[in-house]
Design a protein around this ligand. Structure first.
Ligand code: ZN
Ligand code: ZN
Length: 359
């Protein structure tokens, strides 16, 4: 069967995809403020349990001088050491054993999915539902990726969407490429991030035992799954040298996954077209999509954060959607939210930058 037919088959015949067409007619009130009934960001969103990632255009930065950066030296030193180790890993990379390449590829994709399919599309945005075996895999994969626990990741990410590109956005891209890429992790949070983050509705995360379990045992979990396991397996099972195991399979692989994820916050907020909404900064960036397994369609994603594909399309440069669809075939993922074509075209007409190519 040709790939596009197979994709249609899998996308449509397992009937749990919810197509989003009818706008809810209620005013939402929550900790971060009130979204007006007329806000275009409320249209077509039918997730009953979650509204905390919808853009609030009414929020403005406070006037006056900006607070000075307060450096977190521990993070600066550890991040520098990691990247020096990863650079050495690049030198060792050509001389790895073949199984080590396979192991690195497996660890790269699994930990990336722990972020994209897990922390991002499932837990931050609730764009689909997952049964326990899939959530178990995702929480383990997420711990392999070591980017803060799911609870903290989702809280930071919801304020990023809600107060995008203001002081309350943890990686505010208006503060430049470096700040939105990694700099934000090396300084204390802006007071507005703490203030708005504390007001967010996070009860869905607090109620999920698996998420709270990961948070409780996060440190030992990370030491084991992000560092010890990926180093010991190649060394023990196929006699890889210890330096290759440590510098390539662990440090280089970890730094790579970190950087491609960060590119979503930096490059995809700066470079690319805005076919869906030219009034916001996030952009469509194919290169970021390639590295970040489908997360570079960022103008679309900020326009429709409730779409499980984080893109207008499904399997187009989007390994994460392919993975979620495969899980749906197995019955492990369901209730995938997809925005209707009509709603997308209406948005393009209303606010697009006229670069949209249909077809
Ligand atoms: Zn973003
Ligand atoms: Zn998002």
């Amino acid at each position: 069967m040709p790939a596009h037919l197979l994709q249609e088959e899998i996308s449509s015949s397992y009937t749990t995809t919810t197509t989003i067409t009818a706008p809810p007619s209620r005013v939402l009130q929550n900790g971060g403020g009130k979204l007006e009934k007329t806000s275009p960001y409320l249209e077509e969103d039918i997730r009953p349990e979650m509204k905390e990632d919808l853009y609030d255009p009414s929020y403005r930065d406070k006037e006056g001088p900006k607070p000075k950066f307060q450096y977190v030296w521990r993070n600066i030193i550890l991040m520098s050491l990691l990247h020096v180790g990863a650079l050495y890993g690049i030198l060792l990379f050509p001389s790895c054993k073949i199984y080590t390449y396979l192991w690195v590829a497996f660890y790269y994709f699994a930990s990336a999915l722990g972020i994209t399919a897990g922390a991002h599309r499932l837990w931050s945005h609730r764009t689909y539902k997952a049964r326990l075996p899939l959530r178990l895999f995702l929480i383990i994969a997420n711990t392999m990726a070591f980017q803060n626990d799911v609870f903290e990741w989702a809280r930071d990410h919801r304020v990023h969407h809600k107060f995008s590109e203001t002081d309350a956005d943890p990686h505010n891209a208006r503060r430049g490429f470096f700040f939105s890429h990694v700099g934000w992790l090396l300084v204390r949070k802006h007071p507005a991030v703490k203030e708005k983050g504390a007001l967010l509705e996070l009860s869905d995360l607090k109620a999920e035992k698996l998420v709270m379990f990961q948070r409780r045992y996060y440190k030992p979990g990370v030491v084991l799954l992000c560092f010890i396991l990926p180093t010991l397996v190649p060394w023990y099972f196929w006699g890889e040298t210890f330096p290759h195991s440590l510098f390539v399979a662990t440090l280089l692989r970890y730094a790579l996954v970190l950087n491609v994820t960060w590119l979503v916050n930096s490059a995809a907020h700066l470079y690319g077209y805005r076919p869906y909404d030219k009034t916001i900064n996030p952009r469509e960036n194919i290169l970021v999509s390639l590295g970040a397994v489908g997360e570079g369609f960022h103008n679309y994603h900020h326009s429709f954060p409730y779409d499980y594909s984080a893109s207008e399309y499904r399997w187009h440069i989007n390994f994460t959607t392919f993975f979620i669809d495969c899980m749906a075939v197995l019955g492990l993922a369901y209730d995938r939210k997809k925005v209707s074509k009509a709603a997308i075209l209406a948005k393009i007409k209303r606010t697009g930058d006229e670069t949209y190519k249909s077809g």
